[in-house]
Design a protein around this ligand. Structure first.
Ligand SMILES: *Cc1c(COP(=O)(O)O)cnc(C)c1O
Length: 361
């Protein structure tokens, strides 16, 4: 007997490949793409995504830490691996570490490549040393790459990104003047790629979210989006039970939700232990049989209750769509995140490993 799946994600490998090609077409052949596959490729599966991307021509990957790099190697990935948020000793494992302070350059294996990160204003990782200090410190072991990361690249109202670019250019110019030419120069994640901030592309880009099919909306007077991608992940859950409840029935923990009318409700076999946001409630909704089914009451650990009145023929064993398309309706991670007071990145990365992944072409 096969037991039906309780909650699962379907990941389209062709969507990942197409999204990579869309980035490649936009940035052109002179810009190297280092797809970001940290957090298990934003939960799409780093090895599976990595294999597809490598087959598409990716010669670099960016991860957060060495265990993510080792997982890629165990999965047969041969490309260069940039480790963005770990220690410079990662060089001894054959990875290319990002080095965040001038002192740490000495901890990179002798002669091994490293990328130096500048904190140009994000206030996170990266050196804040002056360009003179940087030029002096790297002379004996120059970096293969120079990079920074933007704090507010979607914001076309403020000037922080322009200031960060200016600070980065100053250091890059000082290095060049001293005869040091980093082979890879990179600042851009998805948003500066997608909105065509070309002055920030240099010769390498680090797209994460775009590869999985999302570009966050920009604020202010942004140029038109130049990148077209589509979400690679569909998230579904089974209906465990359905029933009719009268007007005035309390639903779920806390008893705070009271049905305003008689309703057909469905109890889904998924909850916050799978990564649904606990704060997801009306206007949050799933799609059942091509109809919207609003969330009722609080999401529980393993269960979530929805209003199936509009999809009254749904029965136990049917599935609902949490993220993805069903019939004419689509819900994507950005919509769901907005309803739940979170962001699409956190939502995708929060999909628990117990939610089985199914790969589809
Ligand atoms: C996560 C990350 C990226 C990718 O960001 P997206 O917005 O997903 O494209 C790029 N660079 C650094 C340093 C990151 O931490």
């Amino acid at each position: 007997m096969t037991v039906p799946e309780r909650s699962w994600v379907e990941i389209s490998l062709s969507a990942i490949a197409e999204n990579y090609r869309a980035v490649a077409n936009l940035v052109g052949p002179d810009v190297v793409i280092a797809p970001v596959v940290k957090a298990d490729a934003y939960r799409h599966g780093a090895i599976e995504a990595g294999r597809v991307l490598e087959a598409e021509g990716a010669q670099w990957f960016a991860v957060s830490n060495t265990s993510e790099g080792l997982a890629l190697r165990e999965g047969g990935i041969q490309a260069r691996i940039l480790v963005m948020a770990d220690f410079p000793e990662a060089s001894a494992l054959g990875f290319t570490p990002v080095v965040h302070s001038l002192e740490a350059i000495g901890r990179v294996a002798r002669g091994a490549p490293y990328h130096l990160k500048l904190d140009t204003g994000m206030g996170r990782l990266g050196t804040r040393a002056s360009r003179h200090e940087i030029v002096a410190a790297v002379a004996a072991h120059p970096p293969e790459g120079l990079m920074t990361h933007f704090a507010t690249s979607a914001d076309y109202i403020g000037s922080q990104t322009a200031e960060q670019i200016a600070a980065f250019e100053e250091t890059l110019a000082a290095l060049r003047k001293a005869g040091i030419e980093p082979r890879y120069v990179h600042c851009s994640s998805t948003i500066p790629i997608a909105y065509g901030r070309r002055e920030a592309w240099h010769n390498m880009v680090r797209p994460g979210m775009a590869i999985y099919g999302y570009v966050s909306p920009a604020r202010g007077d942004a140029p038109p989006r130049q990148l077209r991608v589509r979400p690679a992940l569909t998230w579904r859950a089974a209906i465990l039970d359905t029933k009719d409840v009268p007007k005035g029935a309390r639903i779920g923990y806390g008893g705070g939700f009271i049905t305003p009318r008689a309703m057909r409700i469905g109890i889904l076999s998924t909850g916050y232990a799978d990564g649904l946001p606990h704060h997801w409630r009306a206007p949050g909704r799933v799609i059942a049989a091509g109809q919207w089914a609003p969330i009722l009451g609080a999401v529980s650990m393993d269960l979530t209750t929805v209003d199936l009145t509009a999809a009254a023929h749904s029965k136990p064993g049917d599935f609902v769509t949490i993220i993805g398309r069903d019939g004419d309706l689509i819900q994507d991670a950005q919509q769901l995140a907005r309803d739940a007071g979170t962001i699409s990145y956190s939502l995708l990365c929060g999909i628990h490993p117990r939610v089985r992944r199914v790969y589809v072409p």
